[in-house]
Design a protein around this ligand. Structure first.
Ligand code: G4P
Length: 191
């Protein structure tokens, strides 16, 4: 998505070879109108896939998942990182260890919100090593639902998670794909 690449070039700050700061429009301050465009682009990419539900992981994944789900006309299901006090009954849960933050949590959804056979589109802001995406795919599998694919706003291709999951058969559409980056040389997008 050209407009996203331009936005990243204008506003993104490469903190290290592993971390891109996009706090001006995505992770902290949110460019809501631009997120609407991102959501519409995600919906366009998956409009033929009979999506029943969008699944994301709190917190930043929610930002673009709301317009994506609204554009597809389906509900958004948010996997929680800590158990909601209102969550009673059966849950589907998967352990995720974040390389970037160095923490471990259980991504969890209430079983009443995810049914066998439902066609699920997974949406997230970043894809690095793929730990969160593996966890969300695991939740979909536990429910007997079907992952039709994943839409990612920014994939850091060189960290390998996306290509590994594509090789396993998951369709992943990344709106911006970074081939490499460094504070000195800046960002190179993949074709
Ligand atoms: P992985 O799931 O692909 O393996 O990625 P990883 O564990 O390394 O990333 C975990 C968290 O770090 C995610 O946020 C992800 O959005 C964020 N993240 C990864 N790479 C970058 C980056 O280059 N820049 C920024 N700004 N964030 C990055 P999270 O823990 O789910 O937190 P939240 O922001 O959604 O609350």
């Amino acid at each position: 998505m050209k407009a996203l690449e331009e936005k990243i070039r204008r506003e993104g700050v490469v903190l290290t070879e592993d971390i891109l700061k996009v706090g001006s429009f995505l992770n902290q301050q949110v460019d809501a109108a631009f997120m609407l465009e991102i959501g519409q682009e995600i919906a366009r990419l998956f409009k033929e896939d009979k999506v029943d539900k969008v699944l994301t992981l709190e917190s930043s994944g929610i930002i673009m998942s709301v317009p994506a789900a609204a554009s597809l006309g389906v509900p958004l299901l948010i996997a929680k990182k800590s158990p909601a006090s209102t969550q009673t009954g059966k849950t589907y849960s998967s352990k995720v260890t974040s390389f970037t933050h160095g923490n471990t949590y259980f991504a969890t959804v209430g079983a009443e919100y995810l049914k066998a056979g439902e066609r699920v589109l997974i949406v997230d802001d970043f894809l690095a090593r793929g730990a969160a995406l593996v966890g969300l795919c695991d939740i979909v599998k536990q429910a007997g639902a079907v992952a039709v694919g994943a839409a990612i706003v920014i994939e850091k291709q060189y960290q390998g998670g996306g290509d590994k999951l594509r090789a396993e058969g998951l369709r992943i559409e990344s709106l911006a794909k970074i081939a490499k980056m460094s504070p000195e040389a800046g960002i190179t997008f993949a074709d």
